[in-house]
Design a protein. Structure first.
Ligand SMILES: [Zn+2]
Length: 135
């Protein structure tokens, strides 16, 4: 069994939050294209570890989800750990990001994993490259 300290978990979460915040404009543009213009979109963002955010034509939602690599298959699969926000919920989420950052300076100041000092060579970091197929 693999145990992870709460400190390590906290650091990972702040780094993932940083990636999420940096990607807000990109996500908003894609949501707008899909919602208002009906354009074909396929956004696939790596948040960190097995966590990905996606916006895809045909699904009117912003999907935040953990993926895993089954040992006997070559492609990662989505887990049930995640949430699909409809666009109204997404707008509400987007609007509280600033308040969250204001209330939690540690989160606001967090940097993505790859920007950390002494970061491993890119492909060696399991936070940045959890699956070979989904890098
Ligand atoms: Zn990393």
């Amino acid at each position: 069994m693999f145990l992870i300290s709460s400190f390590t978990l906290h650091v990972r979460l702040t780094r993932r939050w940083a990636v999420f915040c940096q990607s807000l404009s990109e996500i908003n543009i894609v949501v707008q294209q899909l919602d208002e213009v009906g354009r074909e979109v396929k956004l696939w963002l790596h948040i960190g570890g097995g966590h990905y955010l996606s916006v895809t034509s045909g699904f009117r939602c912003v999907d935040l989800r953990k993926w895993f690599q089954p040992q006997d298959q070559k492609d990662p699969k989505p887990t049930r750990k995640g949430i699909a926000l409809n666009f109204d919920q997404w707008v509400r989420m987007r609007n509280i990001v600033e308040a969250i950052n204001n209330d939690h300076p540690v989160l606001a100041a967090a940097l993505p994993c790859y920007m950390q000092e002494g970061h491993l060579a890119m492909f060696e970091c399991r936070e940045c490259y959890p699956f070979l197929k989904l890098a």
